[in-house]
Design a protein around this ligand. Sequence first.
Ligand code: NAD
Ligand code: IPM
Ligand code: MN
Length: 361
Amino acid sequence: SKSFKVAVLPGDGIGPEVMAEALQVLDAVEKKYDVRFERTFANVGGAGIDLEGKALPQTTVDICKASDAILFGSVGGPKWESLPPDEQPERGALLPLRKIFGLYANLRPAIIFPALTGASSLKEEVIAGGFNVLVVRELTGGIYFSQPKGIEGQGRERIGIDTMRYSVPEIERITHVAFQAARKRDKRVMSIDKANVLSTSVLWREVVETVAKEYPDVKLSHMYVDNAAMQLVRWPKQFDVILCENMFGDILSDEAAMLTGSLGMLPSASLAEGSFGMYEPSGGSAPDIAGQGIANPIAQILSASMMLRYSFALVEAADAIDAAVEKVLNQGLRTGDIFQDRPGERKVNTKEMGAAIVAAL
Ligand code: NAD
Ligand code: IPM
Ligand code: MN
């Protein structure tokens, strides 16, 4: 039987709660298909700081390096917010992981399940017939990583510095990812930029245009990011693939998530060249609901499904997980974030939702 090595990094807040459910789903996949997921747990984020003195311990990096993929929960929380920025969970662990493993392509599919039409923040007539948006976010460049960066000076003389840089090869490779994804979908790419203000965006637009010539079957359009934020809530169906730089993608993907009902629904795949990837919900550690056992595990479960699809080529099993999620939503099960108290809906907690998805598999 096939066997894959998975580094499991639950992290902080709701991370361990939703991870437990995703792991049950992997157990169910093992029972149903001839496949094994060899799991190694590692500490990351606040858990890394508390247990090993560092947000990203070397042991964790080594475990990830020895694996075929990383299944990541979420990191961060109030407990670690007063540490020096570079030691905090986000800048000390999540961003370095993305950089170390070259995870430059972040795919965030925002799809409205018919059963959740009422949970979307949009009017039902706007989303009637559904929408299916894939945010392709550049993940290892731009303002998140470029130098110089930091706070210089003393007292009121201090200045905070962030720099946004993009090289031609960085723009080229993420553009190829977007166009190749579009080919398997509705063959439309909307490239997002702020070319009326930012030099990185002027270069971005030029490089995207050039790469697009290799994909004459895909329609390319451009949109400024402020307009895109508005168009997403106005009429999401106009979008197929949304291609954007790191920070624009961060912001627009949270917005797209809410259109599907909740941030707790949006999975993501962070891919490197080749088959290695890290799979993480788009949302965070949700300190406001952590420890209560009420978080929505679906983003984590769908992230595991993306791992099977993109890193392990287990398409049938991935399809089965996605179908099980849809079935359970159709049965009316809802965690608090997607609960509308409509006829046929039943409010469940994290474990009940996970168990129902396992049963549906
Ligand atoms: P957040 O995504 O954690 O939460 C935003 C809102 O969405 C909250 O109301 C939360 O309850 C809700 N939410 C998110 N996921 C949910 C789920 N699965 N089920 C139900 N509700 C859910 O964002 P935030 O509050 O801005 O950040 C909290 C912490 O998480 C911060 O430390 C932040 O840096 C970190 N963060 C980490 C990641 C990551 O690890 N990938 C991503 C985003 C934020
Ligand atoms: C995300 C998160 C991260 C990001 C933070 C926690 C560094 O918001 O994965 O969307 O901004 O990329
Ligand atoms: Mn984000």
